[in-house]
Design a binder for this molecule. Structure first.
Ligand code: ADP
Length: 259
């Protein structure tokens, strides 16, 4: 099933495929529009290609086939387009990827580095950036941890710093790869609520990969089901039924030989 919503797309993938150097075909013929303001989740079993899809949208893993176009900028294979797209795209990772010995505030400020030249980024960042970082810290409810080294924070607090670091980029798109996989249920709900509310308030589109179907149904407005590197479901949670879930999690696409 294809999502027919025709909102204005921020990113448009056309026939995108990724084959890794070892010959594994992680994505195959993915055509997908990520629309302004939507909160979408990619579901799929382990190895389905969720992480590759998110990384491809930021060219951390460039596609080996097909094209990715960014609205108003052009083809992502153009280095200048990629630089601007990365500035406007926040990434959130399962293991936070924070610098543990840095304070919460210093970590958030690293989200501004893409806006400065290499040489400028060696100096303390401008006050406007520092004010913005403090504002983001406030929005994730951790103002009192500004000067605390990240290694003294809980998993949930670290992920909230990860959200603030993405938010300080003033993104139009957030890509979150398994953002709650390492969290207890209470922290996971807190992080999902925060992420959804921030994205709604700021009009940021989000694409998350999740393992938990119940979280996907509760928080998102679009579910993209992946199996063996192909999209096999794309629609709102209200139409996702047991049959779709069976397909997403037990799809026998492996029976079809990959080219
Ligand atoms: P998911 O996030 O759904 O678990 P991945 O995107 O991580 O799936 O992986 C999709 C497929 O690509 C898997 O078969 C995985 O083993 C393979 N894969 C992922 N990353 C690499 C890599 N860097 N090199 C080779 N194969 C990879």
């Amino acid at each position: 099933m294809q999502n027919t919503a025709q909102g204005s797309a921020i990113v448009h993938l056309e026939n995108v495929g990724v084959t890794y150097g070892n010959g594994v075909q992680a994505l195959e013929s993915i055509s997908l529009r990520i629309n302004r303001g939507e909160f979408a989740v990619v579901l799929g079993s382990s190895g389905a290609g969720k992480s590759t899809l998110l990384r491809t949208i930021n060219y951390l893993t460039p596609p080996t086939q097909g094209t990715i176009t960014v609205d108003g900028l052009g083809d992502l294979s153009n280095p200048q387009v990629l630089r601007l797209h990365r500035q406007r795209t926040g990434m959130i990772f399962q293991q936070h990827q924070l610098i543990e010995r840095y304070s919460a505030l210093q970590n958030i400020l690293t989200g501004r580095l893409a806006y400065h030249s290499f040489w400028r980024s060696l100096l303390p960042l401008p006050q406007a950036d520092q004010r913005l970082a403090l504002d983001c810290l406030q929005r994730v409810g951790l103002m009192d941890k500004a000067l605390t080294p990240v290694n003294a924070l809980s998993g949930g607090q670290k992920q909230r710093i990860g959200i603030a670091r993405a938010l300080v980029q003033q993104p139009q798109l957030m890509l979150a790869d398994e953002p709650i996989a390492s969290l207890d249920p209470t922290s996971a709900h807190r992080v999902m609520t925060l992420l959804r509310d921030i994205c709604q308030t700021d009009g940021i589109a989000a694409l998350l990969s999740l393992h938990q179907v119940d979280f996907a149904k509760e928080y998102c407005d679009r579910i993209i089901g992946l199996a063996h590197g192909r999209i096999i479901f794309d629609g709102p949670p209200s139409v996702l039924d047991h049959h779709n879930l069976d397909e997403i999690y037990t799809h026998q696409a492996m029976a079809q030989p990959h080219k």
